[in-house]
Ligand binder design. Structure first.
Ligand code: PEP
Length: 248
């Protein structure tokens, strides 16, 4: 399975930041990249990012509406994102679930909208620190898969991002054993749920990944790439993570 290294710029980036996209494109064009590469800038940069990446790697969005069009002020549909030249969209990021009260059902509907528009959906799941401390991490993550990963998910149109919320932007990461255990649980759940596709759907790790810890994380069983926040904003850091993808 070819790993996917995806960057989530969140609400960061203006026209100046296109220089980072250009630097990543140059790195990818130079060859020897052992992963699919994706950067998800804010909506305002989508078209310009697509143009700057020159097809050397993919551009994605960070959210989409479940409807194709209509009276939804401020929202952007998956069809519009595809029209801008993007190839993927993150859905159900914990910040969307928290600040915008997105439920599992809403996330599932967004994933289906992404597929209909021809986009890959990166569906995010992950437990809070309290849930982990209470020994409920597995149960929470399994319920999120049940609720937000439609059973029709296919390897070609879906990746799952396991992002423990307490690890996002904190500099904390779970132990390698804990990451491998959770990714194994997610794999088994996808195998049960997605009829012959669960084995091949990529499971990304997200949460304070950086060039220093990426090599160890990306070598773990059932870790098929990373979703990277802060360390994706600077091309040099992001490229450090891309370079950390193990040789097979
Ligand atoms: C994220 O928000 O998806 C993320 C993984 O952030 P960070 O890498 O900054 O922890």
């Amino acid at each position: 399975m070819r790993p996917l290294i995806a960057g989530n710029w969140k609400m960061n980036g203006t026209g100046h930041s296109l220089a980072e996209i250009a630097a990543v494109a140059e790195h990818v064009a130079a060859g020897n990249v052992r992963a699919d590469v994706l950067i998800c800038p804010p909506f305002t940069l989508l078209s310009r990012a697509v143009a700057t990446a020159e097809g050397r790697f993919a551009i994605g969005a960070q959210d989409c509406h479940a409807q194709v069009s209509g009276a939804f002020t401020g929202d952007v549909s998956a069809t519009m994102i595809r029209d801008a030249g993007a190839m993927a969209v993150i859905v159900g990021h914990s910040e969307r679930r928290h600040y915008h009260h997105e439920t599992n059902a809403m996330v599932a509907a967004k994933a289906e909208a992404a597929w209909r528009a021809g986009l890959m959906a990166i569906i995010c799941i992950g437990e809070t620190g309290d849930e982990r401390d209470q020994g409920r991490a597995d149960e929470v993550v399994l319920a999120q898969i049940e609720g937000s990963v439609p059973a029709a998910a296919r390897a070609g149109n879906t990746a799952i991002a396991y992002e423990p919320i307490w690890a996002i932007g904190t500099g904390l990461t779970p132990s390698g054993d804990d990451i491998a255990t959770m990714h194994g649980i997610i794999r088994e759940s996808l195998q049960r749920r997605c009829h012959g596709e669960g084995e091949r759907i990529r499971i990304l790790y997200g949460g304070s990944a950086n060039p220093g810890n990426a090599r160890g994380i990306l070598a773990l069983a059932n870790v098929n790439g990373a979703l990277v926040g802060g360390a994706s904003l600077k091309a040099e850091d992001f490229m450090g993570i891309i370079r950390a993808v193990p040789r097979v």
